[in-house]
Each structure stands twice: as C-alpha cells, then as structure tokens.
Design a protein around this ligand. Structure first.
Ligand code: FES
Length: 156
C-alpha cells in the first residue's frame, strides 16, 4: 500500500515537472517572439554584400568576356563593369540616375543604356539623351598581375 502511494506520488511529481517545463518553454517562446522583432528594429542587420574593393569571380569574368559587360555588387551597390571596343575596362554605378533601373551596355553602339526610359550614357558615364539628370558615378578598375579584375569605389 505504501509502495503504491509512493509510485502515485512520483507520477504526480513527474507530470507536474513536465507541465512546469512546458509552461516555461511556452513563456520563453512567447517572450522571444516579442523580443526578436524589437531587437531587429533597434539593431538592423548589416547591409548585404562585401565592402571595399571587390574582385570579380571567375564566373563574372567569363560573363564580362562573353557579353562585354557584367553587373557585380561592390560595397552593396550594383556596378556595371564593361569592356570597351578598344579593350579598356570601365566601371560605373549600374543604378540609373533617373529612377534607379539597372543599366546595361550596348557594345555595338558603345553606350550604356537604361531600358526603363531609354536613358543613354557615353563611356565616361555622361548623359547622352533621355531623362537621367546626372552622369553615372565612376568606379576604379584594376587588372591584377594574375589577370584578376578588382573594382573599388572612386574614380579610375
Ligand atoms: S530609370 Fe533609367 S531612364 Fe528612367
């Protein structure tokens, strides 16, 4: 009889422990669901993309050679790297100064072109025609001794 009472008591204790644990986990989860968005709001995640000079990957270099231009991220910004007809490497912000569309390069016409409203820039980044109000900011391009291509902020 005494043995059965002890077993029943142990069973009650373990059920109570389990319910306490479940309640604790629920409260912890509830607090985390409130705290996480507040912390994210107060301390936003760093901007994606690397900062500082960016070396083109093999795939990006292959794309540049094939299409004569490639869009790459540099310090979180879109940058167009292009190869002019005289094989010169140039880099500009790929964000059109009109409404921010991504520009591309038309090698046959030697212009940087924005497809959104037909904005056209020359290979110095200056506006040739269309609505863009300002030239494209230029980036520095360096070809490394090993053939790699490095893009960094600032003029060439
Ligand atoms: S967004 Fe480029 S021309 Fe309008």
């Amino acid at each position: 009889m005494e043995e059965q009472t002890r077993i029943a008591s142990d069973s009650k204790t373990s059920r109570r422990d389990f319910l306490d644990l479940l309640l604790g986990a629920t409260i912890l989860g509830w607090l985390a669901s409130i705290a996480y968005p507040v912390i994210r709001y107060l301390k936003p995640l760093p901007q994606s993309g690397t900062t500082g000079p960016t070396r083109l990957t093999r795939e990006e270099t292959a794309k540049l050679e094939q299409n004569k231009f490639v869009i790459v991220p540099v310090s979180g910004q879109r940058v167009i790297v292009l190869q002019s007809q005289d094989q010169k490497l140039l880099a500009f912000s790929a964000k059109c100064t009109h409404e921010g569309c991504t520009v591309s390069y038309l090698p046959g016409q030697s212009i940087i072109w924005c497809p959104c409203h037909d904005g056209r820039y020359d290979l110095n980044g200056r506006v040739l025609s269309g609505p863009p109000p300002q030239p494209l900011p230029e980036y520095a391009v360096q070809r490394q001794p090993d053939g790699g291509i490095v893009i960094s902020e600032g003029r060439a």
